[in-house]
Design a protein around this ligand. Structure first.
Ligand code: NAD
Ligand code: UFG
Length: 350
Protein backbone atom coordinates (compact mmCIF):
# COMPACT_ATOMS: atom_id res chain seq x y z
CA UNK A 1 0.00 0.00 0.00
CA UNK A 2 1.26 3.39 -1.00
CA UNK A 3 -0.35 5.78 1.48
CA UNK A 4 -3.27 5.99 3.86
CA UNK A 5 -5.82 8.63 2.89
CA UNK A 6 -8.86 9.84 4.82
CA UNK A 7 -11.74 10.94 2.58
CA UNK A 8 -14.49 12.99 4.24
CA UNK A 9 -17.81 12.84 2.37
CA UNK A 10 -16.53 9.75 0.55
CA UNK A 11 -20.00 8.22 0.20
CA UNK A 12 -21.18 11.19 -1.88
CA UNK A 13 -21.12 11.74 -5.62
CA UNK A 14 -17.58 13.06 -6.19
CA UNK A 15 -16.22 11.37 -3.07
CA UNK A 16 -17.28 7.85 -4.11
CA UNK A 17 -15.66 8.25 -7.55
CA UNK A 18 -12.48 9.58 -5.97
CA UNK A 19 -12.35 6.75 -3.43
CA UNK A 20 -12.54 4.24 -6.29
CA UNK A 21 -9.69 5.93 -8.16
CA UNK A 22 -7.64 6.05 -4.93
CA UNK A 23 -8.13 2.34 -4.29
CA UNK A 24 -7.29 1.46 -7.89
CA UNK A 25 -4.22 3.69 -7.58
CA UNK A 26 -2.95 1.65 -4.63
CA UNK A 27 -3.96 3.95 -1.76
CA UNK A 28 -5.56 2.64 1.44
CA UNK A 29 -8.68 4.73 2.00
CA UNK A 30 -10.83 5.45 5.03
CA UNK A 31 -14.17 7.18 4.44
CA UNK A 32 -15.87 9.39 7.01
CA UNK A 33 -19.44 10.33 6.13
CA UNK A 34 -22.60 10.96 8.15
CA UNK A 35 -24.71 9.71 5.18
CA UNK A 36 -26.85 12.88 5.33
CA UNK A 37 -26.84 13.11 1.54
CA UNK A 38 -25.62 9.68 0.50
CA UNK A 39 -26.20 5.96 0.75
CA UNK A 40 -24.11 3.13 2.20
CA UNK A 41 -24.83 1.29 -1.06
CA UNK A 42 -22.35 3.63 -2.77
CA UNK A 43 -19.58 2.39 -0.47
CA UNK A 44 -20.52 -1.23 -1.11
CA UNK A 45 -20.43 -0.70 -4.87
CA UNK A 46 -17.10 1.11 -4.76
CA UNK A 47 -15.68 -1.85 -2.86
CA UNK A 48 -17.00 -4.25 -5.53
CA UNK A 49 -15.70 -2.13 -8.41
CA UNK A 50 -12.27 -1.96 -6.77
CA UNK A 51 -11.96 -5.77 -6.85
CA UNK A 52 -8.94 -6.92 -4.83
CA UNK A 53 -8.17 -3.35 -3.79
CA UNK A 54 -11.58 -3.16 -2.07
CA UNK A 55 -10.14 -4.68 1.09
CA UNK A 56 -8.19 -1.47 1.68
CA UNK A 57 -11.41 0.54 2.10
CA UNK A 58 -12.94 1.24 5.52
CA UNK A 59 -16.10 3.19 6.25
CA UNK A 60 -16.90 5.20 9.39
CA UNK A 61 -20.31 6.76 9.83
CA UNK A 62 -19.26 9.92 11.67
CA UNK A 63 -20.42 13.52 11.55
CA UNK A 64 -17.35 15.72 11.15
CA UNK A 65 -18.57 17.96 13.94
CA UNK A 66 -18.40 14.99 16.36
CA UNK A 67 -14.89 15.77 17.59
CA UNK A 68 -14.53 12.86 20.05
CA UNK A 69 -15.45 10.36 17.29
CA UNK A 70 -12.97 11.95 14.90
CA UNK A 71 -10.31 11.96 17.63
CA UNK A 72 -10.85 8.24 18.17
CA UNK A 73 -10.41 7.55 14.46
CA UNK A 74 -7.19 9.59 14.24
CA UNK A 75 -5.85 7.91 17.42
CA UNK A 76 -6.33 4.48 15.86
CA UNK A 77 -5.00 5.25 12.37
CA UNK A 78 -2.17 7.36 10.98
CA UNK A 79 -3.30 9.24 7.88
CA UNK A 80 -0.86 10.64 5.34
CA UNK A 81 -3.40 13.12 3.95
CA UNK A 82 -7.07 14.08 4.01
CA UNK A 83 -9.31 14.83 1.03
CA UNK A 84 -12.17 16.90 2.39
CA UNK A 85 -15.42 16.66 0.40
CA UNK A 86 -17.94 16.59 3.28
CA UNK A 87 -20.33 19.50 3.17
CA UNK A 88 -23.78 20.62 2.15
CA UNK A 89 -23.94 21.92 -1.41
CA UNK A 90 -27.45 22.97 -2.50
CA UNK A 91 -27.35 26.68 -3.36
CA UNK A 92 -31.12 27.28 -2.95
CA UNK A 93 -31.24 25.46 0.38
CA UNK A 94 -28.29 27.52 1.61
CA UNK A 95 -30.30 30.70 0.95
CA UNK A 96 -33.26 29.32 2.92
CA UNK A 97 -31.21 27.77 5.74
CA UNK A 98 -27.96 29.74 6.03
CA UNK A 99 -27.25 28.68 9.62
CA UNK A 100 -27.47 25.01 8.65
CA UNK A 101 -24.83 25.64 5.98
CA UNK A 102 -22.54 27.74 8.16
CA UNK A 103 -22.84 25.24 10.99
CA UNK A 104 -22.23 22.12 8.91
CA UNK A 105 -19.62 23.36 6.46
CA UNK A 106 -17.63 25.68 8.74
CA UNK A 107 -17.76 23.76 12.03
CA UNK A 108 -17.17 20.50 10.18
CA UNK A 109 -14.03 21.90 8.55
CA UNK A 110 -12.70 23.61 11.67
CA UNK A 111 -13.17 20.43 13.73
CA UNK A 112 -11.40 18.40 11.05
CA UNK A 113 -8.45 20.82 10.90
CA UNK A 114 -8.14 20.86 14.70
CA UNK A 115 -8.06 17.08 14.92
CA UNK A 116 -5.63 16.81 11.99
CA UNK A 117 -3.26 19.31 13.62
CA UNK A 118 -3.47 17.55 16.98
CA UNK A 119 -2.45 14.29 15.31
CA UNK A 120 0.28 15.75 13.14
CA UNK A 121 -1.55 15.14 9.84
CA UNK A 122 -1.10 18.43 7.98
CA UNK A 123 -1.71 17.49 4.34
CA UNK A 124 -5.09 18.52 2.96
CA UNK A 125 -6.94 18.65 -0.35
CA UNK A 126 -10.16 20.67 -0.14
CA UNK A 127 -13.20 20.75 -2.48
CA UNK A 128 -13.77 24.36 -3.39
CA UNK A 129 -15.91 25.50 -6.27
CA UNK A 130 -16.01 27.79 -9.29
CA UNK A 131 -18.80 29.50 -7.37
CA UNK A 132 -16.03 31.59 -5.70
CA UNK A 133 -15.63 33.46 -9.02
CA UNK A 134 -19.17 34.83 -8.60
CA UNK A 135 -20.36 36.24 -11.93
CA UNK A 136 -17.08 36.44 -13.85
CA UNK A 137 -16.71 39.51 -16.06
CA UNK A 138 -14.51 37.65 -18.54
CA UNK A 139 -13.69 34.02 -19.26
CA UNK A 140 -11.78 31.74 -18.94
CA UNK A 141 -11.57 32.05 -15.14
CA UNK A 142 -7.99 32.00 -13.91
CA UNK A 143 -7.06 31.26 -10.32
CA UNK A 144 -6.04 34.92 -9.85
CA UNK A 145 -9.55 36.27 -10.55
CA UNK A 146 -11.17 38.37 -7.81
CA UNK A 147 -13.31 36.22 -5.55
CA UNK A 148 -16.85 36.84 -4.41
CA UNK A 149 -19.72 34.88 -2.95
CA UNK A 150 -23.26 35.27 -4.18
CA UNK A 151 -25.02 32.96 -1.70
CA UNK A 152 -24.37 31.37 1.73
CA UNK A 153 -23.07 28.14 0.15
CA UNK A 154 -20.50 30.14 -1.81
CA UNK A 155 -19.61 32.10 1.32
CA UNK A 156 -18.79 28.84 3.14
CA UNK A 157 -16.39 27.93 0.30
CA UNK A 158 -14.73 31.35 0.35
CA UNK A 159 -14.48 31.29 4.12
CA UNK A 160 -12.97 27.77 4.17
CA UNK A 161 -10.43 28.82 1.53
CA UNK A 162 -9.46 31.75 3.80
CA UNK A 163 -9.30 29.52 6.87
CA UNK A 164 -6.95 27.17 5.00
CA UNK A 165 -4.71 30.05 3.91
CA UNK A 166 -4.57 31.39 7.49
CA UNK A 167 -3.86 27.98 9.01
CA UNK A 168 -1.03 27.32 6.55
CA UNK A 169 0.38 30.82 7.05
CA UNK A 170 0.44 30.35 10.83
CA UNK A 171 2.03 26.90 10.61
CA UNK A 172 4.10 26.30 7.45
CA UNK A 173 4.15 22.56 8.13
CA UNK A 174 0.70 22.47 6.56
CA UNK A 175 0.50 21.63 2.85
CA UNK A 176 -2.90 22.48 1.40
CA UNK A 177 -4.40 22.32 -2.08
CA UNK A 178 -7.72 24.02 -2.79
CA UNK A 179 -9.41 22.58 -5.88
CA UNK A 180 -12.04 24.73 -7.57
CA UNK A 181 -14.36 22.40 -9.46
CA UNK A 182 -16.38 23.58 -12.41
CA UNK A 183 -19.48 21.46 -13.23
CA UNK A 184 -18.95 17.79 -12.42
CA UNK A 185 -21.22 15.44 -14.42
CA UNK A 186 -21.19 11.86 -15.67
CA UNK A 187 -20.50 8.73 -13.66
CA UNK A 188 -18.14 5.79 -13.56
CA UNK A 189 -18.45 4.04 -16.98
CA UNK A 190 -19.76 0.86 -15.26
CA UNK A 191 -22.94 2.79 -14.38
CA UNK A 192 -22.82 1.25 -10.87
CA UNK A 193 -22.06 4.45 -8.98
CA UNK A 194 -23.36 7.93 -9.72
CA UNK A 195 -25.13 11.00 -8.40
CA UNK A 196 -28.32 10.39 -6.43
CA UNK A 197 -29.76 13.74 -5.38
CA UNK A 198 -32.52 13.85 -2.75
CA UNK A 199 -35.79 15.33 -4.03
CA UNK A 200 -36.05 17.31 -7.25
CA UNK A 201 -32.56 17.98 -8.64
CA UNK A 202 -31.27 21.55 -8.88
CA UNK A 203 -28.50 20.86 -11.35
CA UNK A 204 -28.85 20.38 -15.07
CA UNK A 205 -27.55 16.87 -15.63
CA UNK A 206 -29.41 15.07 -12.80
CA UNK A 207 -32.55 16.88 -13.97
CA UNK A 208 -32.12 15.76 -17.59
CA UNK A 209 -31.49 12.23 -16.34
CA UNK A 210 -34.75 12.15 -14.38
CA UNK A 211 -36.67 13.41 -17.41
CA UNK A 212 -35.06 10.67 -19.53
CA UNK A 213 -36.19 7.90 -17.17
CA UNK A 214 -39.72 9.34 -16.90
CA UNK A 215 -39.54 10.65 -13.33
CA UNK A 216 -40.01 14.27 -14.44
CA UNK A 217 -42.08 15.46 -17.43
CA UNK A 218 -39.78 18.04 -18.99
CA UNK A 219 -36.69 20.17 -18.52
CA UNK A 220 -37.11 23.89 -17.97
CA UNK A 221 -34.39 25.79 -19.80
CA UNK A 222 -33.53 28.72 -17.57
CA UNK A 223 -32.84 31.63 -19.88
CA UNK A 224 -32.83 31.75 -23.67
CA UNK A 225 -31.66 35.35 -24.08
CA UNK A 226 -28.07 35.11 -22.88
CA UNK A 227 -25.34 36.46 -25.09
CA UNK A 228 -24.24 32.95 -26.16
CA UNK A 229 -24.41 31.01 -29.42
CA UNK A 230 -27.96 29.70 -28.80
CA UNK A 231 -29.06 32.05 -26.01
CA UNK A 232 -28.71 29.48 -23.19
CA UNK A 233 -26.17 29.53 -20.33
CA UNK A 234 -22.64 28.23 -20.84
CA UNK A 235 -20.78 26.05 -18.31
CA UNK A 236 -17.62 23.97 -18.13
CA UNK A 237 -18.86 20.39 -17.61
CA UNK A 238 -16.19 17.98 -16.40
CA UNK A 239 -16.42 14.18 -16.24
CA UNK A 240 -16.42 13.08 -12.60
CA UNK A 241 -13.75 10.44 -13.30
CA UNK A 242 -11.44 13.16 -14.66
CA UNK A 243 -12.24 15.20 -11.55
CA UNK A 244 -11.46 12.21 -9.31
CA UNK A 245 -8.11 11.75 -11.09
CA UNK A 246 -7.37 15.43 -10.45
CA UNK A 247 -7.42 14.62 -6.73
CA UNK A 248 -4.77 11.93 -7.17
CA UNK A 249 -2.59 14.48 -8.98
CA UNK A 250 -3.20 16.94 -6.13
CA UNK A 251 -2.19 14.32 -3.55
CA UNK A 252 1.04 13.74 -5.47
CA UNK A 253 1.64 17.48 -5.54
CA UNK A 254 1.42 17.54 -1.73
CA UNK A 255 4.80 15.77 -1.73
CA UNK A 256 6.30 19.12 -2.79
CA UNK A 257 7.58 20.69 0.47
CA UNK A 258 7.22 24.18 -1.05
CA UNK A 259 3.54 23.85 -1.94
CA UNK A 260 2.23 25.98 0.97
CA UNK A 261 -1.46 26.65 0.28
CA UNK A 262 -2.10 26.51 -3.47
CA UNK A 263 -5.27 26.72 -5.56
CA UNK A 264 -6.11 24.97 -8.85
CA UNK A 265 -9.11 24.99 -11.17
CA UNK A 266 -10.41 21.59 -12.25
CA UNK A 267 -12.33 22.04 -15.48
CA UNK A 268 -11.94 21.24 -19.16
CA UNK A 269 -11.54 24.81 -20.39
CA UNK A 270 -14.47 24.29 -22.79
CA UNK A 271 -17.88 25.95 -22.56
CA UNK A 272 -21.10 24.09 -23.46
CA UNK A 273 -24.60 25.56 -23.66
CA UNK A 274 -27.68 24.00 -22.04
CA UNK A 275 -29.10 23.10 -25.46
CA UNK A 276 -25.82 21.48 -26.56
CA UNK A 277 -25.85 19.37 -23.41
CA UNK A 278 -29.46 18.33 -24.02
CA UNK A 279 -28.62 17.35 -27.62
CA UNK A 280 -25.60 15.31 -26.50
CA UNK A 281 -27.69 13.51 -23.89
CA UNK A 282 -30.49 12.78 -26.38
CA UNK A 283 -27.91 11.30 -28.76
CA UNK A 284 -26.30 9.15 -26.05
CA UNK A 285 -29.58 7.87 -24.61
CA UNK A 286 -31.85 7.77 -27.63
CA UNK A 287 -34.44 9.53 -25.44
CA UNK A 288 -36.23 12.76 -26.32
CA UNK A 289 -35.99 15.40 -23.57
CA UNK A 290 -39.10 17.62 -23.74
CA UNK A 291 -38.14 21.26 -23.11
CA UNK A 292 -40.01 24.22 -21.67
CA UNK A 293 -38.29 27.52 -22.35
CA UNK A 294 -38.33 29.56 -19.13
CA UNK A 295 -36.93 32.82 -17.80
CA UNK A 296 -33.46 33.19 -16.32
CA UNK A 297 -32.88 31.52 -12.95
CA UNK A 298 -32.09 34.22 -10.37
CA UNK A 299 -28.41 34.30 -9.49
CA UNK A 300 -27.21 32.44 -12.61
CA UNK A 301 -24.10 33.60 -14.43
CA UNK A 302 -24.12 33.81 -18.22
CA UNK A 303 -20.85 32.11 -19.17
CA UNK A 304 -18.44 30.29 -16.86
CA UNK A 305 -15.50 28.17 -17.91
CA UNK A 306 -12.06 27.45 -16.55
CA UNK A 307 -8.55 28.32 -17.45
CA UNK A 308 -6.86 24.94 -17.11
CA UNK A 309 -3.26 26.06 -17.67
CA UNK A 310 -2.15 26.10 -14.05
CA UNK A 311 -3.44 22.59 -13.29
CA UNK A 312 -1.94 21.25 -16.51
CA UNK A 313 1.42 22.84 -15.80
CA UNK A 314 1.77 22.21 -12.08
CA UNK A 315 -0.40 19.16 -11.38
CA UNK A 316 0.38 17.53 -14.74
CA UNK A 317 -3.33 16.84 -14.98
CA UNK A 318 -5.71 17.42 -17.89
CA UNK A 319 -9.30 16.28 -18.41
CA UNK A 320 -9.52 13.42 -20.93
CA UNK A 321 -13.26 13.14 -21.53
CA UNK A 322 -15.72 15.24 -23.53
CA UNK A 323 -19.48 15.71 -23.27
CA UNK A 324 -20.13 12.56 -25.36
CA UNK A 325 -18.50 10.36 -22.70
CA UNK A 326 -20.13 12.37 -19.89
CA UNK A 327 -23.60 11.75 -21.38
CA UNK A 328 -22.86 8.11 -22.31
CA UNK A 329 -21.83 7.26 -18.74
CA UNK A 330 -24.59 9.31 -17.13
CA UNK A 331 -27.09 7.33 -19.21
CA UNK A 332 -25.46 4.05 -18.24
CA UNK A 333 -26.03 4.96 -14.55
CA UNK A 334 -29.54 6.32 -15.17
CA UNK A 335 -30.76 3.35 -17.17
CA UNK A 336 -29.39 0.82 -14.65
CA UNK A 337 -30.42 2.83 -11.58
CA UNK A 338 -33.44 4.98 -12.50
CA UNK A 339 -34.11 5.56 -8.79
CA UNK A 340 -30.48 6.04 -7.83
CA UNK A 341 -29.42 3.85 -4.92
CA UNK A 342 -33.01 3.61 -3.65
CA UNK A 343 -36.14 1.84 -4.86
CA UNK A 344 -39.07 3.43 -6.71
CA UNK A 345 -41.74 4.93 -4.43
CA UNK A 346 -44.52 2.48 -3.51
CA UNK A 347 -47.63 3.77 -5.26
CA UNK A 348 -49.70 0.60 -4.73
CA UNK A 349 -51.72 2.17 -1.84
CA UNK A 350 -52.67 5.36 -3.70
P1 NAD B 1 -22.50 15.04 -2.06
O1 NAD B 1 -23.59 15.67 -1.25
O2 NAD B 1 -22.84 13.93 -2.97
O3 NAD B 1 -21.34 14.54 -1.06
C1 NAD B 1 -21.03 15.19 0.14
C2 NAD B 1 -20.99 14.13 1.24
O4 NAD B 1 -20.66 14.75 2.49
C3 NAD B 1 -22.33 13.41 1.43
O5 NAD B 1 -22.10 12.02 1.36
C4 NAD B 1 -22.79 13.85 2.82
O6 NAD B 1 -23.51 12.82 3.48
C5 NAD B 1 -21.46 14.16 3.50
N1 NAD B 1 -21.53 15.13 4.60
C6 NAD B 1 -22.11 16.36 4.58
N2 NAD B 1 -21.94 16.96 5.77
C7 NAD B 1 -21.25 16.10 6.55
C8 NAD B 1 -20.75 16.15 7.89
N3 NAD B 1 -20.98 17.20 8.69
N4 NAD B 1 -20.07 15.08 8.37
C9 NAD B 1 -19.85 14.00 7.60
N5 NAD B 1 -20.29 13.89 6.34
C10 NAD B 1 -20.97 14.94 5.82
O7 NAD B 1 -21.76 16.22 -2.85
P2 NAD B 1 -20.70 16.15 -4.03
O8 NAD B 1 -21.35 16.62 -5.26
O9 NAD B 1 -20.00 14.86 -4.01
O10 NAD B 1 -19.72 17.31 -3.56
C11 NAD B 1 -18.56 17.05 -2.77
C12 NAD B 1 -17.89 18.37 -2.41
O11 NAD B 1 -17.57 19.06 -3.62
C13 NAD B 1 -18.76 19.32 -1.61
O12 NAD B 1 -17.96 19.98 -0.65
C14 NAD B 1 -19.28 20.30 -2.64
O13 NAD B 1 -19.57 21.54 -2.08
C15 NAD B 1 -18.10 20.37 -3.58
N6 NAD B 1 -18.48 20.78 -4.94
C16 NAD B 1 -19.45 20.08 -5.61
C17 NAD B 1 -19.84 20.50 -6.88
C18 NAD B 1 -20.94 19.77 -7.62
O14 NAD B 1 -21.48 20.36 -8.56
N7 NAD B 1 -21.28 18.53 -7.29
C19 NAD B 1 -19.23 21.62 -7.48
C20 NAD B 1 -18.23 22.28 -6.78
C21 NAD B 1 -17.86 21.85 -5.50
N1 UFG C 1 -30.24 24.77 -15.98
C1 UFG C 1 -31.44 24.73 -16.66
N2 UFG C 1 -32.45 23.96 -16.15
C2 UFG C 1 -32.32 23.26 -14.98
C3 UFG C 1 -31.08 23.32 -14.30
C4 UFG C 1 -30.06 24.10 -14.83
O1 UFG C 1 -31.59 25.35 -17.71
O2 UFG C 1 -33.29 22.60 -14.56
C5 UFG C 1 -29.14 25.59 -16.56
C6 UFG C 1 -28.68 26.71 -15.64
O3 UFG C 1 -29.46 27.85 -15.84
C7 UFG C 1 -27.22 26.86 -16.07
C8 UFG C 1 -26.81 25.44 -16.46
O4 UFG C 1 -28.02 24.73 -16.71
O5 UFG C 1 -27.14 27.68 -17.21
C9 UFG C 1 -26.04 24.72 -15.37
O6 UFG C 1 -26.78 24.78 -14.15
P1 UFG C 1 -26.40 23.90 -12.87
O7 UFG C 1 -27.40 24.20 -11.81
O8 UFG C 1 -26.21 22.49 -13.26
O9 UFG C 1 -24.93 24.45 -12.48
P2 UFG C 1 -24.44 25.89 -12.01
O10 UFG C 1 -23.26 26.23 -12.85
O11 UFG C 1 -25.53 26.87 -11.99
O12 UFG C 1 -23.99 25.62 -10.50
C10 UFG C 1 -23.29 24.43 -10.09
C11 UFG C 1 -23.48 24.25 -8.60
C12 UFG C 1 -22.80 25.37 -7.88
C13 UFG C 1 -21.37 25.41 -8.27
C14 UFG C 1 -21.21 25.53 -9.76
C15 UFG C 1 -19.77 25.44 -10.16
O13 UFG C 1 -24.86 24.21 -8.28
O14 UFG C 1 -22.87 25.17 -6.50
O15 UFG C 1 -21.93 24.49 -10.42
O16 UFG C 1 -19.20 24.28 -9.65
F1 UFG C 1 -20.77 26.44 -7.69
Amino acid sequence: MEKNILVTGGAGYIGSHTVLQLLLGGYATAVVDNLDNSSPVAIRRVKELAGDHGRFLTFHQIDLRDKPALERLFSRTKFDAVIHFAGLKAVGESVEKPLLYYNNNLFGTITLLEVMAAHGCKNLVFSSSATVYGWPKVVPCTEEFPLSAVNPYGRTKLCIEDICRDVQHADPEWRIILLRYFNPVGTHPSGHIGEDPCGIPNNLMPYIQQVAVGRLPHLQVYGTDYNTKDGTGVRDYIHVVDLADGHISALQKLDDPKIGCEVYNLGTGKGTTVLEMVAAFEKASGKKIPLVMAGRRPGDAEIVYASTEKAERELKWKAKYGIEEMCRDQWSWASKNPYGYGSPPDTSQS
